[in-house]
Structure formats: C-alpha cells, structure tokens
Design a protein around this ligand. Structure first.
Ligand code: ACO
Length: 274
C-alpha cells in the first residue's frame, strides 16, 4: 500500500483492496478546509475518478477530526481581505469539489471519525453513504461565531433531517454525537470508533460486487428524483435506465442469465458474479 500526499500536504490517499481512502490531512488544524486543501481535493478527485484500480471512494479525516469546517483564518479572513474576486474563487473551489463528489463516477462513503462542523456538511452530504463513530461530534457552529450556515449547510440539514431538528441544530449551535446523527439521518449508522473502519470497508466490499454502471445510475437517480413529481421521476427513470443500457449492454443480461438459466444466485439475496 502506497500513501500519496499532495505537495501541500493537505490531502492524502491510499488504495487498499480496490477501495480509495481519501484523507483530509491537516490533523493539527482539525482538518479545516483552507483554499489550498480545497484546490488539492479538486485535483485529487480529478486524478482518481476514472482510474480502474479502485471501485469505491471513502472520504475521512486524519487524526481526531473528520473536518472542523471551513478554515476561519485562511478561507474567511485572509480571503475576504483580498476582495470579492478572491472570495468567489475560494467558494468556487470548495463548492466545486463537493459538487464533483455529489456526482462522482464511483460510489462514495463518508467515514466520520471525529469533529464534523459547518462546511464539512458539504462533503458529508456529497458522499452517497455515511458512517460515523458513535462519539463523533456534529455541529452547525456557524451561529456560534456569527454567520448563518452557508455553503449549502442550511439546505443539507433540511434535506437530511426533519424541520424541528434542523431548526434547533442551526439556531442553537449545539453538537450532536454520532448516535444522534444516525437517528436524525445525517449518517446511515453510528458504530463504536474501533469498529468504524472495518464496518466501512465491509460496506465498500459489498458495493464492489455490484454492477458499477448500475451503481452510478442508481446513486444519481436517488439524488435527482427528490425534487421531481412522481410522473416526472417515472419518465426520467425509464430514460436513465435506457441510457445505462446503451453503455452497459452485457451486465444486466448476464445478471438475468445467472438467475434464470444458470440458477447460480438469487437477486433478492445477493448480486450476480461480475
Ligand atoms: N478554522 C481555523 N482554524 C481551526 C479551525 C477552523 N475551523 N478548527 C480548528 N482550527 C485550528 C485551531 O485554531 C488550532 O490552531 P493552532 O494550533 O494554530 O492554535 C488547531 O486547529 C487545533 O484546534 P484546537 O481548537 O486547539 O483543537 P481542539 O481539539 O481543542 O478543538 C474543535 C477542536 C472543537 C474542532 C475546535 O478546534 C473548534 O471549535 N474549531 C472550529 C469549529 C468550527 O466552528 N468550524 C467552522 C464551522 S462554520 C463553517 O464551516 C462555515
């Protein structure tokens, strides 16, 4: 296993058993997101996306934090001092890699190992699945230092949990732990910290057994249909499946053959042999 670190040192990754483990790598700064880190995330996501030596990407943090949100010094104070152009450029870079991750070619999992604040809800939501340590801490701390939860965070909390939880979380600036985050729907599951990596790797290994074209179509469809009427969704899904068929003509036929002709598996109980 080789660990690759960007020149600035803010981002690192390693590929193990066809899983890419991508790290916020500023543990001494609790992995807060500086413009440099955001630029590096864009570059690394670009570099990795279409490589065929891995099939699932896990985003996590080095040290005690997943990410303590935006870097209040480098992302806010120093960038604002350079003027509106610099502020917009910093926003493009951060929002850019979160958007990139929302529509990533490979399935993505957020592994929330510790602190997760404010702007970190962007990449948290961008990942398709999310698992947290039971003692991880989640907070919209913006209100504690005098701003609203921007950069999508307000939208994300409304999207993931109910109105009352969202309002309390954003207005009170109190943290919730991993267990509550799971109850609220911010993550799929909370597990004891010492079992977190093993659980995430197990999920990744299951995803690696699924048809990758179908996975990409499925994850995009789940995001797209949220704002559609039923009829629009029905129509969109017909077209999405036909588009997937046009560049994966064999996969689903193999899936049907192994079930109907070879009787080697049951789709209700697991995936066909890729
Ligand atoms: N921006 C800039 N620097 C940060 C940030 C941040 N978001 N978070 C941590 N750091 C820096 C600290 O200033 C400190 O730097 P120093 O060593 O040069 O003094 C270093 O990281 C370590 O931080 P500590 O506070 O000493 O670490 P501790 O483990 O005691 O506390 C905690 C961790 C709770 C995460 C604390 O650092 C904190 O409250 N950070 C800010 C969290 C936050 O509100 N983020 C912004 C959310 S809003 C948004 O993202 C838009």
């Amino acid at each position: 296993m080789t660990r690759t670190t960007t020149a600035s040192g803010t981002v690192a990754y390693e590929i193990v058993d066809r899983v890419a483990w991508l790290y916020f790598n500023r543990p001494d700064k609790r992995n807060c997101m500086s413009p440099t880190l955001n630029d590096d995330m864009n570059a690394v996501l670009d570099e990795l996306e279409y490589r065929d030596d891995f099939g699932v990407l896990v985003l996590t943090g080095e040290g005690t934090a997943f990410s303590a949100g935006m870097d209040l010094k480098e992302y806010f104070r120093e960038t604002e001092a350079k003027g509106l152009g610099a502020t917009r450029a910093a926003q493009r870079s951060s929002y850019g890699w979160w958007r990139r991750l929302r529509w990533y070619q490979k399935p993505t999992i957020a592994m929330v190992n510790g602190w997760c604040f404010g702007g970190a809800y962007g990449p948290l939501f961008a990942c398709d699945l999310a698992f947290a340590a039971e003692d991880a801490q989640f907070g919209l701390s913006e209100i504690n230092w005098g701003i609203l939860p921007g950069g999508g965070a307000t939208k994300i909390i409304r999207e993931l949990t109910n109105f009352r939880n969202a309002m309390y979380h954003a207005m009170m600036g109190e943290n919730v732990d991993g267990k509550t985050a799971a109850e609220w729907g911010l993550v799929n599951e909370a597990v004891p910290a010492d079992r977190l990596k093993e659980r995430v790797n197990d999920v990744a290994q299951v995803l690696l057994q699924k048809n990758p074209v179908a996975l990409k179509a499925t994850k995009d469809a789940i995001r797209r249909v949220g704002e559609m009427t039923y009829d629009n969704a029905e129509d969109f899904l017909v077209r999405a499946q036909e588009a997937a068929n046009s560049y994966d003509n064999e996969g689903r036929k193999e899936g049907i053959k192994q079930f109907i002709d070879e009787k080697s598996y049951k789709p209700g109980l697991g995936a066909y042999d890729l």
